[in-house]
Design a protein around this ligand. Structure first.
Ligand SMILES: Cc1cc2nc3c(=O)[nH]c(=O)nc-3n(C[C@H](O)[C@H](O)[C@H](O)COP(=O)(O)OP(=O)(O)OC[C@H]3O[C@@H](n4cnc5c(N)ncnc54)[C@H](O)[C@@H]3O)c2cc1C
Length: 180
């Protein structure tokens, strides 16, 4: 399935801490919205901080090899009788127009059962809804051989994240707000 529990460390150095401006060491914990959904969340004592890090937290969380896990999810869906139909929905008549088009597509494929639509269009929602508040953030990473034992992130945009079971690790990354 490409998932396993992993030890993680999230650290903050002296530079800018993500989108929220400068973060003092004593202020990082309240900012971490995910602190209640990971296990073993704890502040690391100063003696355990790597060089250049002012403050850090440790935690246990699920780490996922996303390409492998998505293949697993798709095959589970198909083996349970799900059907995959690929189509681009029109956006010129808004969400209602797109839903009408999706409904007629479902009927043309002679699919049975009730109609439930989940809008998971990601950045496509910018045109579909439309939602002018959405903007792209380009991020680029490098996939290297060798699987890191721990996941480490720093200042929200530097990370070392293993892909469980794949023998590879993601190193990142860039973060270009507004670059689609
Ligand atoms: C370099 C990089 C690395 C990343 N690494 C990770 C990672 O390791 N782990 C992680 O959790 N996240 C990672 N992310 C973030 C992750 O990719 C996104 O958060 C995630 O893909 C968002 O999923 P989504 O389903 O909301 O949108 P998307 O994955 O963008 O899916 C939206 C889908 O809707 C379709 N769509 C849109 N409009 C229409 C339309 N009109 N008709 C039909 N279809 C339409 C699109 O074609 C697309 O397939 C990474 C992102 C980047 C850029």
């Amino acid at each position: 399935m490409g998932c396993r529990d992993i030890q993680g460390m999230d650290g903050y150095g002296e530079e800018r801490g993500g989108d929220r401006g400068w973060i003092r060491a004593s202020e990082i914990n309240p900012h971490l919205w995910w602190r209640s959904i990971v296990e073993n969340f704890n502040s690391l004592p100063a003696t355990q901080l790597p060089k250049g890090i002012q403050a850090a937290v440790g935690f246990t969380a699920i780490c996922i090899d996303v390409p492998r896990h998505l293949k697993y999810l798709l095959s589970s869906f198909l083996t349970r009788g799900g059907k995959l139909v690929k189509a681009r929905l029109p956006t010129d008549k808004g969400l209602v127009g797109a839903l009408r088009s999706a409904a007629s597509l479902v009927r043309s494929q002679e699919l049975h059962g009730g109609l439930i639509f989940v809008n998971a269009s990601g950045l496509g929602a910018k045109e579909l809804v439309p939602d002018d508040a959405m903007f792209p953030v380009r991020g680029q990473t490098v996939l290297v051989k060798g699987e890191a034992k721990y996941a480490k992130t720093m200042n929200e945009n530097r990370y070392v994240i293993p892909r469980p079971g794949s023998g590879t690790t993601i190193l990142g990354g860039t973060r270009e707000v507004g670059n689609g």
